[in-house]
Design a protein. Structure first.
Length: 117
């Protein structure tokens, strides 16, 4: 199974980006971010039927969605902040808590998001 995330880039604070991930079928999918020198952390997730879940830092600013016909999951990121700067990964959930990296068995290669102040 190969996942691939797209859409990262350089944006000014307050700006927006939309990340895309070519998913592996209708699986529960998650988005994680990893800032330099930091652990990978949960950002958002979406069930196969489209129920969204968010980390506190993402709620109200980010929206996770999916198009099952295209096997694609999206992360719309608005009101970006410099502290959102990180590599963003999509991942396919396997088992366990969806906020934990160990619960995911397939990961995309990551896409870099840089938010300038």
């Amino acid at each position: 199974v190969q996942l691939q995330a797209f859409g990262g880039g350089l944006v000014q604070a307050g700006g927006y980006l939309r990340l895309s991930c070519a998913a592996s079928g209708r699986t529960f999918m998650g988005w994680f971010s990893q800032a330099p020198g930091k652990d990978r952390k949960f950002v958002a997730a979406i069930s196969s039927s489209g129920d969204p879940y968010y980390a506190a830092s993402a709620k109200g600013r980010f929206t996770v969605s999916r198009d099952n016909a295209k096997n694609t999951v999206y992360l719309q990121m608005n009101s970006l902040k410099p502290e959102d700067t990180a590599v963003y990964y999509c991942a396919s959930h396997y088992s366990g808590s969806f906020t934990e990296t160990r619960s995911y068995n397939y990961w995309g290669q990551g896409t870099l998001v840089t938010v300038s102040s």
